[in-house]
Design a protein around this ligand. Structure first.
Ligand code: FAD
Ligand code: NAP
Length: 333
C-alpha cells in the first residue's frame, strides 16, 4: 500500500476557511495510517477541521482521517454498544442513533467534525458531554506503532478537556470510539434552558424531539461555517473559585454563573466578552459574531494571525476588566 502526500489548501478542509498551503495525506485504512506514521512520525492530524486555526504552513504533512464505518458490538435489554470509525461525521452518527431510538447523544446533534475528534475535547452541548456514553477508544500510539485501547477513566475527561489535550497530547491517533447507547425506555436530557423552552408544551419529549429541538436552536443561533468561516466557540468558559466569583458578583450583580462544585463556578465567556464591547465588532477581515460573542468569524481573506491577534485582544480586555483568564478552546497550528 502506498500513501501519497499531495498539495492542498487547508481552507478547503477547515471551517475557518483560512488559506494556508499544506501537504495532505488521505487515510482511509488503518494500514495506511501505520505507514504514514512511519514515514511522517510528527505528522499533524485532521478530522473535519472545525476546531483548528492554522497560522503558518506546517512543516509536516497533515493526515486526514477518513476511516469509515460503524459496528454494533453487543446488545443487552437496556443498551447497545457501537464502535464507530474515527472518520465518520459526528452528526451522522448521532442521526443514526436517533433513527434507531438509541438515546444519549441526541443533545450533541449538529456538532461539526468527526467521531475521532469527539473525545479530544470531550465535546459537549445542551447539558450533555460525549463522555456520558463513552466506553473506550482505539488508537495507534505514535511512539510504538501499536494499536492501543484506552478506557474512559484513562481519558481523564473534563470540561472541554481530556488527556489528549494534556499529558498524552499528540501521542495517539484515534482510529475508533466505542459508545454505549440507551434503549427505550429512556428519558432524554431536556432541562437545558433553550431546549426546555422550545419543548415547554411537551411533557414527555422523546429522543427525536430533543434531537430536532437542538437542531432548530443551533440553526437559529449559530453561524453556519458553510456561509461564514468560524470554529464555533473560540474560548472555553472560565472556571473560577467561589471567592473570585463573589468579588466579581459584588461589582457586577448581573453576572451569570453556573455551579461546578462547592468550590468553583463557571462563568459564561460570551457574557464577559460582550460586556467588554466586542460582540458584533469587526477588525478588518475578522470579527466577533453579532449573535454569539464566543464565536470569532472570518469575513473572507483573514489569516490565522488575524484571528490570533483578535483573540489576544479580546482575552487581554477580559483580563484587564474582570481579572479572568480566557483560554482558547480551538487548537492553533
Ligand atoms: P479537527 O478540528 O479536525 O481537530 C481538532 C483537534 O483534534 C486537532 O488537534 C486534531 O489534531 C485532533 N484530532 C482530530 N482527529 C483526531 C484523531 N482521529 N486522532 C487524534 N487527534 C485527532 N464543540 C463542542 O464541544 N460542542 C459544540 O457544541 C460545538 N459546536 C460547534 C459549532 C460550530 C459551528 C463549529 C465550527 C465547531 C463547534 N465545536 C463544538 C467544535 C468542534 O466541532 C469539535 O471540537 C469537534 O469535535 C472537532 O472535530 P473535527 O473532526 O473537526 O476536529
Ligand atoms: P447558551 O445556552 O447561551 O449558554 C451560554 C453558556 O452558559 C454556555 O457556554 C453554557 O456552558 C453555559 N450554560 C448555560 N446553561 C447552563 C447550565 N444549566 N449549566 C451549566 N452551564 C450552562 O450557549 P450557546 O452558545 O447557545 O450554546 C449552547 C450549547 O452548545 C452550549 O452547551 C455550548 O457549549 C454548545 N456549543 C458549543 C460550541 C463550541 O464550539 N464548543 C459552539 C456552539 C455551541 P457549556 O458550554 O458548558 O454548555
Amino acid at each position: 500500500m502506498a500513501i501519497t502526500a499531495y498539495k492542498a489548501n487547508i481552507a478547503n478542509h477547515t471551517t475557518f476557511g483560512i488559506d494556508v498551503p499544506v501537504r495532505l495525506v488521505d487515510i482511509s485504512a488503518v494500514d495506511e495510517l501505520r505507514e504514514a506514521l512511519v514515514r511522517f512520525p510528527q505528522a499533524l492530524v485532521i478530522g473535519g477541521g472545525s476546531n483548528i486555526v492554522v497560522t503558518a504552513p506546517p512543516e509536516q504533512p497533515v493526515l486526514r482521517i477518513l476511516l469509515k464505518g460503524h459496528t454494533v458490538l453487543s446488545e443487552t435489554p437496556e443498551h447497545v454498544t457501537v464502535y464507530v470509525a474515527a472518520g465518520e461525521q459526528w452528526h451522522g452518527f448521532v442521526e443514526w442513533c436517533v433513527q434507531y431510538n438509541l438515546g444519549g447523544l441526541e443533545n450533541l446533534a449538529l456538532i461539526p467534525g468527526t467521531t475521532g475528534a469527539a473525545p479530544i475535547q470531550n465535546i459537549g452541548a445542551y447539558g450533555v458531554e460525549q463522555e456520558s456514553c463513552f466506553v473506550e477508544l482505539t488508537g495507534i500510539e505514535r511512539s510504538t506503532g501499536r494499536t492501543i485501547t484506552l478506557q474512559k477513566q484513562e481519558c481523564k475527561f473534563g470540561y472541554r478537556d481530556s488527556v489528549f489535550k494534556r499529558e498524552r497530547a499528540n501521542q495517539i491517533v484515534i482510529i475508533g470510539v466505542t459508545y454505549r447507547l440507551a434503549k427505550p425506555p429512556y428519558t432524554p436530557h431536556a432541562q437545558y434552558k433553550d431546549v426546555a423552552e422550545l419543548l415547554s408544551n411537551n411533557r414527555n419529549p422523546t429522543i427525536q424531539d430533543v434531537f430536532q429541538a437542538v437542531i432548530q436552536i443551533r440553526r437559529q443561533k449559530l453561524p453556519d461555517p458553510a456561509e461564514i468561516g468560524n470554529a464555533g466557540s473560540f474560548f472555553k468558559n472560565p472556571i473560577v473559585s467561589r471567592v473570585v466569583y463573589q468579588e466579581l458578583k459584588q461589582k457586577y450583580p448581573e453576572l451569570p454563573s453556573y455551579h461546578v462544585d462547592d468550590d468553583y463556578v463557571k462563568l459564561p465567556a460570551a457574557w464577559l466578552i460582550d460586556r467588554c464591547g466586542w460582540k458584533g465588532k469587526r477588525c478588518g477581515a475578522v470579527g466577533v459574531h453579532s449573535r454569539q460573542a464566543l464565536v470569532i468569524i472570518n469575513y473572507g481573506g483573514a489569516t490565522g494571525n488575524d484571528v490570533r491577534n483578535l483573540a489576544v485582544q479580546i482575552a487581554n480586555d477580559v483580563y484587564d476588566t474582570f481579572g479572568v483568564t480566557l483560554e482558547p478552546e480551538v487548537s492553533f497550528w
